[in-house]
Design a protein. Structure first.
Lengths: 913, 440
């Protein structure tokens, strides 16, 4: 039928084949016939063929190769769905030979126009990685590229790839951190889960702990503050901790997700808050978690597990919701026990009476396992809260008359534990239990009673020998554990009351000697040597009393969930309470905050790429209205940032500005002007801009292009002080002309971001394009000729096809001079000598200065502060307006740079006016 | 991440098996089934582990939906995914049963293919998936009005004209092309679950209502839908609206697609429903029922003579509606041998279930305001007063069609713009018992 010419027949046949797969039968002999249909136009048929191919391609590698060309064709299809599904299937075929093809396809798809295809490319990364781990470096490049992607569709998938391929490359996240936080709301829900868990790990390594002030574990009482504000005030008074604004951003952007419909998202936000938020803020997750309890049975189970872990550490969180954890008759046993666990954890002096009343009804439950668990819970409550121990004991003693064996046995065991923790004044209880001894058949309970009697035989001197007598009668019918305890009891009695029990003990020891179980024989032999005086064992027998009747420490009744908190909440490892493969340990908070600036400046780029969602501080719009109020707006923002640490979500507000406001507005205008003019000149329109400002002599419109680039680096500093993003001109310089480069052309521009390789370096972006007609291979930097200049090379480009271009970044330490950095750029065949010439403005980095520091400031002056990238020497520029003109002062340690800068600025300003 | 997804029938037959990463062996299905069946308890744990392979499963309509993984994903993710998968399968195949899964394996494969890529979940939204799915669903029964004309909603005998045939709500959302053009239907269900604990003295100890409004939409083109709730509907304790008894709930949460701009003033939910089933709104009310609990039960337990004891019960149903599928479970002491019963009408039945140690009293239909009585005499060897303590809390389960405990009503349901074709709109109410316990 597969060979048939009719579509419908083929479809029917394919369905049957897939049906065979579904039933787990082998359909591999049909492979050749199926592969022929891969090029079929019918989408439905095509998809079924894909299902088949993915399943059997591994077994029939040679035949599978036949279909590859079809996929390669489909990758160029105008329909994005077809492109995506072709890539998906291509990458799902686990045939090692096609690795290079896959690599190429992924790289291409990563720059596809359709976000859906890019998303598929992100998924394909993990597949290729698992097929061939050697490709890691290339894949990381692709991941890096996709991380920069601004589409919400891609974000989730690429983070998944990141987690699988290179979870330790946290440096890739820095630049995208804020973008991810801001996008988080719009990413589809499964992506959210992955991103949140990744960000949790990230935040744990990058921010300092917000918990410092409260010690390691905070008590439940402390978790409740009258109001957050008050808490904050007190916290600020006591310690200088201020939360990193990025940390705050993460918390704030995830908070709305607590309302998500997807339980997985809710839980991952909850664990994020648990692991990252300051103690007083964790409470907001409580309500959402309790809401999850109304969900499916399976979800309930896992939520309860997590709550159980949480409730051990912080009772206060869940106390108001205690009623939600009351057990229902319809709950399954494992859910009931979990609820019990939580109730026990939550119990305190105030609510213990209600909890106990609940427990009383649970004890009557039909579900015996549950009833037994309840009794244990009562025991734990009793040890935790000393006031109610007596009440609990009495209640438990009542339960001893219950008809059900398991209940009675459990009660006995718990009573034993309780009595042990208590000073032994409960001889009447022991007596009562001794009376019950005959009726109890569960070995554990019998053993417990025997132990109790032995331990406290001084309190019940009359009963103890009698019990021993009974035991001697039934010794051979008992379970091993009971026999062992009988032997111990006999020994103890022998020591305390040897008159009455000497013969009995001898008898029991004799019985034990010939027991079938070697443990019992061992124990008997040991006891005999210990207590019965003989020639050889004499030394020990002196201490027998101290050995056997030493006061025993009370057992600690603690939760089974005590040790679970070592795992990250909401992970499979936590649920299983053992380490699953691939579990990534959540690192501890770093003692010192790592450099914040890694995220800091890059935000400009992120915002530039993705303007509509940030909007607020985005000032590169060029409508006229913007100019009239931009100064104010930015002033306000600057003021905000001084007072409110959470001011702008962009994080660039961290630099408080304290220059005088007039100067600021002036500054911002000049900066706007220059950026505007730079923009216009870049776009080639060269429109002369008229400003409305009256007292402005520093009009800078229509400047020559070269000078703009000198100046705008300085403007950049001003912008940044004023909490607006960095403007990066896209002006490029030619490094290598295509004629001299024999087809290879290279251009560079200064990206004006702190260099990722070294903070003394300046980052330069190189763009190579191949204008020739043959593929260029292995483009790299071979020789650094200039002395005293450090160059961080880009990783070699393997191949560059005709009409293609590729961008790489490198770092150059110019050593604060405008000397060109020269090096040799090589392809496989040839090498070219090239040099990068920095303009003086490129050597500067913006810095923040306080008013006092900048003492020369004048009322109508425009001021700039910057430092040299490499040496860190300060450069201060001051423009003072006089009646007819302006006076320009440049102060710096490096005189050469200073004079060069002064000269260039002078030219710019004089031409501008 | 997800290594394999498989669906097993309750007998352990493979219905669907898909391997995403090729890291777990093929025998994992059998491994899983052995683990499930070897456990004696009725409820196997959700997460199980075998060597390095972890299984997470949920149960829906008697099928095991299982994911195996070697990695360390969040169990929530997996469970949520499985629940969504089951919901989607139901949406696409109409109903969820072993048969429908068997018949639609191609469709489910296609769905899985689009939902999961290499073990990573891509999307589960119906709207997006609709674009990719080519296969048509095979319905297990051809839809015919004649077969269904006798079956009422939820099994109740209600007036034919007012109630949609129940099978209408269980057909695939993606209609076959052109065949069912006239079936532009939309269902709005208000479902409430009631959990009540009544103390031995007849005092209401605890009462919770959880409710939700569900929409099942078959409209091919989505237009805006407006659902008006009672105007006196109020959230929280302080807020009071209207004059009469307010319809009050404690908490309310909405689907993200619901627009609430008219909710505050007019109590109107605006939503553009996408095809398939969605829960528009969930609400909870705890501790305070606006009405008395629907059933009252007056049990007395007396020791007769010898080894017998008797259990008299009066069951009163307050209300003007009909309750259906009422069943009362009365626990009996261990070792109970036989039961003799006196019931007030022949359609009721009672039987002793030795395994669960309980007497099950079933009443198929219970008209409002009626009183029923039952006397159970149970034979227990070695009866003592202690064993009477084992006659634990009585639990009930029931269904109340056309009734909501909170009093929430849908005032109107409008589609705008009005659909050109005939569009049928159905509003259904039902209250289920979640856990209704009466302590003795």
């Amino acid at each position: 039928m597969l060979e048939s010419s009719k579509e419908s027949l083929k479809l029917e046949a394919m369905k049957r084949v897939v049906g065979l797969i579904a039933k787990g039968k082998n359909a591999s002999e049909l492979f050749p016939a199926v592969v022929k249909n891969v090029a079929n136009k019918n989408l439905e048929l095509k998809k079924l063929v894909y299902v088949y191919l993915v399943r059997y391609a591994e077994e029939q590698q040679d035949l599978a190769l036949l279909s590859i060309s079809t996929f390669q064709r489909a990758l160029k299809d105008p329909n994005q769905l077809i492109r995506a599904s072709a890539l998906r299937v291509l990458s799902s075929i686990r045939v090692p030979i096609i690795v290079p093809i896959m690599m190429l396809a992924i790289k291409e798809a990563a720059s596809d126009l359709s976000p859906y295809v890019r998303k598929t490319a992100a998924h394909a990364i993990q597949k290729l990685y698992s097929l061939d781990a050697d490709q890691k470096d290339h894949l990381i490049e692709v991941i890096e590229k996709l991380l920069k992607d601004k589409s919400t569709l891609v974000a989730g998938s690429v983070v998944m790839a990141f987690e699988e391929v290179c979870p330790d490359r946290i440096d890739l996240i820095h630049r995208n951190y804020r973008k991810l936080c801001n996008l988080l709301m719009d990413v589809e829900e499964w992506g959210q889960v992955v991103i949140i868990s990744m960000l949790t790990r990230y935040a744990r390594t990058q921010f300092i702990s917000p918990w410092k002030e409260d010690g390691v574990f905070e008590n439940s009482e402390k978790a409740f503050y009258e109001s957050d504000e008050e808490k904050r005030k007190s916290a600020e008074e006591t310690k200088p901790y201020a939360m990193d604004p990025d940390h705050r951003l993460l918390l704030r952007s995830t908070k709305p997700l607590l309302q998500s419909r997807n339980t997985a998202v809710v839980m991952s936000v909850a664990q994020l808050y648990w692991h990252l938020a300051p103690k007083h803020e964790v409470n907001i997750i409580t309500k959402s978690l309790v809401r999850l309890l109304r969900s499916h049975r399976e979800v309930q189970y896992i939520v309860l597990q997590n709550i159980a872990t949480m409730s051990i550490q912080r009772k206060g969180m869940f106390e108001p919701f205690m009623k939600s954890f009351y057990v229902r008759s319809t709950d399954a046993t494992h859910i009931k026990t979990l609820k019990l666990e939580i109730l026990t954890n939550l119990a305190n002096e105030a609510n213990i009476s209600t909890v106990l009343r609940e427990f009383q009804t649970y004890v009557k439950s039909q579900d015996k396992a549950f009833a037994a668990a309840t009794i244990q819970a009562i025991g734990r409550c009793a040890t935790n809260i000393s006031e109610i121990t007596d009440t609990c004991l009495n209640g438990l003693v009542l339960l001893l008359s219950n008809r059900d064996e398991t209940v009675v046995a459990e009660s006995v065991v718990v009573i034993r534990k309780l009595l042990q923790t208590q000073p032994s004044e409960h001889s009447d209880i022991i007596k009562h239990m001794a009376k019950l001894f005959d009726n109890i058949t569960v070995p554990m309970a019998r053993a417990s009673i025997l132990w109790l009697i032995g331990e406290y035989c001084e309190h019940v001197p009359k009963i103890a020998p009698d019990v021993l007598r009974k035991m001697a009668k039934t010794f051979h019918n008992e379970e091993d554990i009971v026999k062992l305890q009988t032997v111990s009891l006999a020994a103890k009695l022998y020591l305390t009351n040897s008159k009455q029990t000497k013969l009995l003990t001898q008898y029991i020891l004799n019985l034990g000697k010939y027991d079938q179980n070697y443990d019992i024989r061992d124990r008997t032999r040991f006891i005999r040597q210990l207590i019965v005086p003989s020639e050889r064992g004499g030394a020990l027998s002196k201490y027998a009393r101290r050995i056997l009747l030493a006061p025993k420490p009370a057992p600690v009744l603690q939760s089974a969930f005590k040790d679970r908190d070592r795992f990250q909440l909401g992970t499979l490892s936590h649920t299983l309470n053992s380490k699953a493969t691939g579990y990534l340990e959540l690192s501890d908070w770093p003692p010192m905050a790592p450099d914040q600036s890694v995220r800091n400046v890059e935000v400009a780029e992120a915002m530039k790429e993705w303007s509509p969602a940030v909007g607020k501080a985005k000032s590169s719009k060029s409508d006229d209205k913007f100019y009239s109020d931009s100064g104010e707006e930015e002033d306000e923002q600057a003021a905000d940032s001084g007072s409110d640490e959470e001011g702008g979500s962009e994080g660039s507000t961290r630099t408080p500005v304290s220059l005088s406001s007039e100067a600021e507005s002036e500054n911002s205008e000049t900066s706007e002007d220059s950026s505007q003019s730079e923009k216009s000149s870049d776009s080639g329109t060269g429109v002369k801009k008229t400003t409305t400002q009256k007292n402005k002599k520093l009009q800078q419109a229509k400047k020559p292009r070269k000078l703009v680039s000198v100046c705008d680096r300085v403007c950049v500093c001003v912008c940044q002080q004023l909490s607006s993003p960095v403007f990066v001109p896209v002006h490029t310089y030619e490094l290598l002309h295509r004629m001299t480069g024999k087809g290879l052309a290279a251009q560079y521009h200064f990206s004006r971001q702190p260099c990722i390789y070294d903070d003394r370096m300046i980052s330069v972006q190189l763009t190579f394009s191949n204008n020739g007609d043959h593929t260029l291979e292995n483009i790299h930097i071979s020789e650094k000729t200039s002395a005293g200049q450090n160059i961080h090379c880009f990783s070699p480009i393997e191949c560059l096809e005709p009409e293609k271009s590729v961008t790489v970044s490198m770092g150059v330490d110019f050593n604060d001079s405008t000397q060109a950095a020269s090096f040799q750029l090589c392809t496989k065949a040839e090498g070219f000598n090239v040099s990068i010439q920095p303009a003086v403005g490129e050597l500067l980095l913006p810095v923040t200065m306080s008013e006092q520091d900048f003492s020369k400031e004048q009322v109508w002056g425009a001021v700039f502060a910057a430092k040299l990238v490499s040496s860190g020497a300060l450069v201060l520029v001051c423009v003072v307006q006089k009646d007819s003109g302006a006076q320009l002062t440049v102060n710096t340690e490096k005189t050469i740079i200073g004079s060069m800068l002064l000269r260039e600025l002078q030219t710019v300003l004089s031409q501008g006016s | 991440m997800i290594s394999q997804v498989f669906i097993l029938s309750s007998q352990g037959d493979h219905l669907i098996y898909k391997d995403f990463r090729g890291e777990a062996g093929k025998d994992s299905i059998n491994m899983f089934y052995e683990m499930v069946t070897s456990l004696s308890g009725a409820q196997p744990p959700v997460v199980m582990r075998n060597k390095n392979l972890n299984f997470i499963h949920v149960r829906h309509s008697g099928l095991y939906w299982v994911v195996s993984t070697k990695d360390n994903p969040s169990p929530f993710t997996i469970i949520e995914f499985l629940n969504r998968l089951a919901a989607l399968t139901k949406d696409y195949c109409g109903s969820l049963s072993e048969k429908s899964v068997r018949m639609n394996f191609a469709l489910i494969y296609e769905l899985l293919d689009e939902m999961v890529d290499y073990g990573y979940i891509q999307t589960t939204s119906t709207d997006i998936l609709k674009n990719f799915i080519q296969t048509e669903a095979v319905t297990s029964k051809p839809f015919s009005l004649f077969d269904l004309s006798n079956v009422g909603l939820f099994g109740a005998e209600t007036q034919q004209s007012k109630v949609a045939p129940s099978a209408a709500a269980s057909r695939p959302i993606v209609a076959s092309h052109g065949e069912q053009g006239g079936k532009n239907e939309i269902f709005v269900d208000v479902v409430e679950r009631l959990s009540v604990v009544i103390g031995s003295n007849g005092v209401l100890m605890k009462a919770d209502v959880e409710g939700e409004i569900r929409v099942k939409c078959y409209l091919p083109t989505c237009s805006e839908m407006r659902i008006g709730l009672n105007e006196e509907f109020s959230i929280g304790k302080s807020q009071l609206r209207g004059y009469g008894a307010a319809v009050r709930v404690d908490e309310c949460s909405f689907h993200q697609a619901v627009k609430l701009d008219e909710f505050d003033t007019y109590r109107i939910l605006k939503v553009c429903p996408s095809q398939g089933e969605q829960t528009l709104m969930q609400y909870q009310l705890s501790d305070e029922l606006p009405c008395a609990p629907p059933f009252r039960l007056f049990p007395t337990v007396e020791k007769d003579y010898g080894s017998r004891y008797s259990n008299d019960m009066w069951l009163i149903f307050i209300g003007r509606i009909v309750a259906i599928n009422v069943s009362v479970t009365v626990p009996v002491p261990k070792g109970s041998l036989s039961l003799s019963q006196e019931l007030s009408s022949p359609e009721q039945s009672a039987e002793l279930q030795p395994r669960s140690k309980a007497v099950l009293w079933t009443i198929p239909r219970f008209p409002g305001g009626a009183q029923l009585s039952a006397v159970f005499k149970v034979e227990v060897p070695r009866l003592s007063s202690a064993s009477l303590l084992e006659v634990g809390p009585i639990s009930m389960s029931f269904e109340l069609p056309k009734y909501t405990c909170t009093g929430l009503q849908v005032r109107f349901l409008r589609l705008s713009p009005t659909q050109p074709g005939l569009s049928q709109r159905w509003v259904r109410y039902v209250t289920h018992s979640d856990s209704y316990t009466i302590r003795i």
